[in-house]
Design a protein around this ligand. Sequence first.
Ligand code: SF4
Length: 223
Amino acid sequence: MNENIALKAKLLDIYRLLRTRFGYRNWWPGNSPFEIVVGAVLTQNTNWANVEKAIQNLNAADVLEPARLLSLPVDELKRLVRPAGFYNQKAVRLRAVTRWWLDCGILIAPAKADVDALCSDLLKIDGIGFETADCILLYALRLPTFVIDAYTRRAAARIGITAGEMRYEPLKRLFERCLPCDIDLYNDFHAQWVALGKTYCRKKPLCSECPLGGICQFAKSKI
Ligand code: SF4
């Protein structure tokens, strides 16, 4: 219990420092929950600029709506999402996630959502892993689930929150146990970890410029 209280204080301190440096990240970009779902699938293994081109194609074809997207012939969908790379797999994945989206019924009764069950259903879709599933649940459906990524795992280990890089689910559960169950906090904190990983806590870290230098074990060990 005491360990959780100390970790909660540390995590909130990290969030405060990151937010002061990077500002509110305003995630996830998208004009509708369904567009966020599409972005979460297309962003796998590519950068966001490529995702934007694919989303522009889908928008221009007027299929950024679940039923219209599903009515598209799969070859046409592949052509539209081609800029995002791996377009054969992503078109098939997108259709499967869209069918899940139409079937899940969560849009009608979000308060009754069973987050873990929804996550399990998403994980059954070929090519959908924890990170994509949690991004859909948090950013498109606004459900309380903390998204972890490689940046978070690396930075958490260097800072000293974990002993070595922890696997996805244990780290997510640790954060959820220690942080207040606050969707807006989960939303922005994940975005802050990504900003940290891209800007400072890279493979070769820039500790002298990082806002977490004063509380990070790795940085202190280098002094
Ligand atoms: S101080 Fe260095 S190791 Fe620690 S989080 Fe920042 S960049 Fe990463």
